[in-house]
Design a protein around this ligand. Sequence first.
Ligand code: G4P
Ligand code: NA
Ligand code: NA
Length: 191
Amino acid sequence: MKLLEDRIKEDGIVLEGNVLKVNSFLNHQIDPDLMAAIGQEFAKLFKDQGITRILTVESSGIAPAIMVGYALHVPVVFARKKKSSTLNEAVYSAEVFSYTKNVLNTISVDQKFLTASDKVLIIDDFLANGQAVLGLIEICRQAKADIVGAGIVVEKSFQKGADLIKKAGVHLESLARIEAFVDGQVKFVEE
Ligand code: G4P
Ligand code: NA
Ligand code: NA
């Protein structure tokens, strides 16, 4: 998606450890017009597939996910990283290890917001090692929901997440695919 790649080139900052900082439009301050365009792009890529729900994980997945849900007119569910204060609710859950942050989170979704009759589109902001998306796939499988695909805003193609998702049998669409960071510049995968 050219609009997104241009924005990453313009405003993204390459940090040490192969991390792209995009907190001026995606991860802290959010550009709603760019998010709306992202929502339209995913809606086009996954049209006519009978999607009934969007699934993401808090916090940074929520902004793009809600715009996809708005474009497709379906509800958006985000997996929570902290246990809800309401005890005794039935949830689907998965363990997600973050290599970047070196923490293990349990993510969970209330069983009433994901069912066996759902056709789910998973959305997330970044795809690195793929653990967050694999956790969301696991949650869909617990619910016996169909997974239509996974839509990622920024894929770091040099990390293993994209392969892991494809190996899990899930159709993957990423709007920007980063091949490498070279001398502080972003090099995108050539189509
Ligand atoms: P994984 O889910 O693909 O395995 O990612 P990983 O554990 O490596 O990354 C942990 C967190 O860091 C995730 O956010 C992920 O979205 C984010 N992340 C990974 N690589 C980058 C990057 O290059 N730039 C930015 N800006 N973020 C990156 P999270 O812990 O789920 O946090 P949040 O959604 O609450 O922000
Ligand atoms: Na995220
Ligand atoms: Na993040």
